[in-house]
Design a protein around this ligand. Structure first.
Ligand code: GDP
Ligand code: MG
Length: 385
């Protein structure tokens, strides 16, 4: 990606996850970001490139300033201790302003049309005067950074909308790390007044589960041609979806898409709905003809209208908050455990003993755990049996 982004709201990610000063890499981005979303390139305003205080971040995000929002996200993505301290202060103050957006996760196999759909939906919503933020969860981005760039070029239309904000996921080492930033980024976008947050799963594997755990509504996109497709989708994902949408229902695919829709509708009869009280619909869409985009939005509104009064959305968010807490604790404990010096130095020997058949895996685990916490009862493993 070019270090000097063009006039758009596509946030820079070159610095994401690094220790770079948030005021630095975003500087070029800010200097060309038009205040009101107009296309004119303005002269850099010196004040805006200065190091922001916690108050500056809080006020800027609250005011819906996309430049400050982008910098606040960079602060959150930074792994430097100083940045993290400030980032947490910013988040703390903005927390009361968060929570008002509709959180939608979009998944499906690579190439199914997620980015294209999000762009079409995003443009449609911007036309309605709504503010749309697009985030991505990509645990594999360290290995396949190209996919992100591809996505961005395909969202060129949406990038130009003043009501849109697009932020690719940082290249994270662990899925939990990436997801943590995405969750916090979502809170910041909500505080900045975005009405809809669309989160695309980019990598394969664990990212679907992670995105499901941070959204209200989970959409699964499917290719026309159900037979093959059913096998390509990980078992369990269909059961997690609040709607199935068969993409590319245009041209010669139109008929096949309709057939796929019917097959999936039948298959869903045998599954419990992902959200209690909601019947999972199966519909068609085409980003080319625009079919299904307004209908999807109407369906999403109906979802909230029906389930919000019953407290279903609130309950889900509460569960997700608790789950997030435990995910963070688990991740932190694991990092500390493997980084603990006695564990680090003894681990190769214990693993070797395991491979030689001298220890079982549970014995090896207890021995290592005992090194991190001598009170944990490893004695009965290392002592006489
Ligand atoms: N004909 C047609 N092609 C589409 C449609 N949506 C996406 N595509 C194409 O499918 C390919 C993959 O789309 P993309 O959005 O990048 O998929 P993603 O990997 O799921 O994000 C691109 O070449 C798109 O142009 C659609 O509705 N109709
Ligand atoms: Mg994509």
């Amino acid at each position: 990606m070019s270090p000097t982004p063009s006039v758009s709201n596509c946030a820079a990610r070159a610095d994401a996850g690094s220790d770079a000063d948030p005021a630095g890499p975003e500087r070029s981005f800010l200097s060309v970001l038009p205040a009101g979303g107009a296309t004119a390139v303005e002269a850099p305003a010196p004040k805006r490139t200065a190091r922001l205080t916690v108050e500056d971040y809080v006020n800027g995000v609250r005011a819906g300033d996309r430049g400050v929002l982008a910098r606040a996200i960079t602060l959150i993505e930074s792994s430097s201790a100083d940045h993290q301290t400030r980032a947490q202060k910013v988040l703390q103050q903005l927390l009361p302003d968060s929570g008002r957006a509709r959180r939608v996760g979009i998944t499906g196999v690579p190439g199914v049309g997620k980015s294209t759909f999000i762009e079409a939906l995003g443009c449609y919503l911007c036309d309605q005067g709504l503010k749309v933020a697009v985030l991505a969860v990509d645990p594999t981005s360290t290995r396949s950074g190209g996919s992100i760039l591809g996505d961005k070029t395909r969202m060129e239309q949406l990038c130009r909308r003043p009501n849109a904000f697009i932020r690719p996921s940082p290249a994270g080492k662990t899925l939990g790390g990436v997801a943590k930033k995405t969750r916090e980024t979502m809170l910041l976008c909500e505080a900045a007044g975005f009405d809809v947050i669309a989160i695309e799963t980019v990598g394969v594997g664990q990212s679907e589960v992670t995105v499901r755990s941070m959204v209200d509504f989970f959409l699964l996109l499917l290719l026309p041609g159900a037979g093959d497709e059913l096998q390509g989708i990980k078992k369990g994902i269909v059961e997690q979806a609040d709607a199935l949408l068969v993409t590319k229902a245009d041209g010669e695919n139109r008929l096949r898409a309709e057939q796929a829709r019917q097959e999936y509708s039948m298959a869903l009869h045998y599954l419990a709905p992902a959200t209690p009280g909601w019947t999972t619909p199966v519909t068609l869409c085409s980003a080319v003809t625009g079919e299904g985009i307004p209908e999807f939005w109407q369906m999403l509104l109906r979802y909230y209208q029906e389930l919000e009064p019953k407290g279903v959305i609130t309950a889900r968010r509460r569960e997700q908050a608790i789950q997030w807490l435990h995910d963070l604790i688990r991740e932190e404990l694991e990092t500390r455990f493997y980084g603990h010096e006695p564990v680090k130095s003894t681990r190769p020997a214990i693993e070797a003993a395991l491979l030689r058949g001298e220890l079982t895996a549970p014995q090896a685990a207890r021995e290592l755990l005992g090194l991190a916490d001598p009170a944990s009862g490893a004695a009965d493993v290392v002592g006489p049996v």
